[in-house]
Ligand binder design. Sequence first.
Ligand code: NAD
Ligand code: UFG
Length: 335
Amino acid sequence: MNILVTGGLGYIGSHTCVELLNSNYNVVVIDNLYNSNTKTIENIKKITKKDLKFYLGDVKDKLLLQQIFNENKIDAVIHFAAYKAVGESVAKPLMYYDNNISSLITLLTVMDEYNCKKIVFSSSATVYKETKKLPLKENSDKFAYNPYGNTKLFGEKILEDLYNSDNNYSIAILRYFNPIGSHESGLIGENIFDIPNNLMPYILKVANKELDYLTIYGDNYETHDGTGIRDYIHVVDLAKGHINALEYIKDNTVIDYFNLGTGIGYSVLDVVKTFIKVNNIDIPYKIGKRRDGDIAVNYSDPSYAREKIGFYTTKNLEDMCKDSYKYVLVNKINN
Ligand code: NAD
Ligand code: UFG
């Protein structure tokens, strides 16, 4: 089976390419290298000892997509390509709507032209409305708090309308919780912005001595240690979830929604302390003010994904912390 992976050189995309190749799928990647580089192709090949086909370009480029569909019989698409920084989306909403929504529409238009009706879509836990009713289930209330969130919620709606117009489509919408970690080889991982927003990238910059200390945003939440709780999931477990989703839509014409998380919430301090313990490295931190827009606790109920598509996670917080740091160490050695 030939799978087109958009954004396949990015963080989650590259790990999914590894799992696809390990499961004997043929992989065709399109990526414009906005947040990735071609070294990742070599590293995916090194890990899997298999080849993939790469097209350099933008998913909004209809002619290029048509060329890809002409040159390859694409059976299904996994669509990762998007911008993902919440704060940036508030500052540059048009850039986000253009990239995340226009690319989806172009992609779906070309898929339709070539009668390719199977797609796995990267959505996010960000589509859920804030609630004290936890864990979050797929039918929990939805709300978008920023342009990035809107692009995910609209993306889901576009796919829903498409399915309602033609029941031959087969669509899996995956709502990721907080992916961290990297492949155990340390060869692929997350591209980190200069000053990261997310917790693990920030910890990694401190571990690498590029930043002096971590600021923990608030220690007076109603949680076991006062710091915010999230559902961190190892990116390799997350990547494997895409294989489960693909197997499911291969055999069914449906639209369905799946939480991909572990169902376990860890606090910021749990993560910091585990990172220090497993990597035997100090992470200096200070307690700061709460971050605007943050919620105290957020975690998934992943049981629907387990029952319906056989999704389960095997890696714990220690693995996540160890493997996250491995990518930094391996990159240091290779650079
Ligand atoms: P990433 O930035 O590492 O990967 C995205 C890849 O897509 C990059 O390689 C980038 O160069 C490419 N890209 C972006 N726009 C493109 C375009 N128009 N044409 C071609 N290539 C393009 O991001 P990621 O963390 O791997 O996220 C993948 C998907 O998962 C995104 O849709 C993101 O919104 C979603 N998601 C991510 C998280 C997270 O915490 N990482 C959480 C929830 C959802
Ligand atoms: N945190 C710190 N210090 C930091 C960074 C984060 O204390 O420097 C804390 C946050 O306050 C929060 C936890 O670490 O309690 C996790 O924060 P992240 O920014 O890593 O993750 P969020 O859950 O806040 O946000 C993520 C994605 C968003 C998405 C959201 C909801 O980054 O894109 O999940 O799904 F919208």
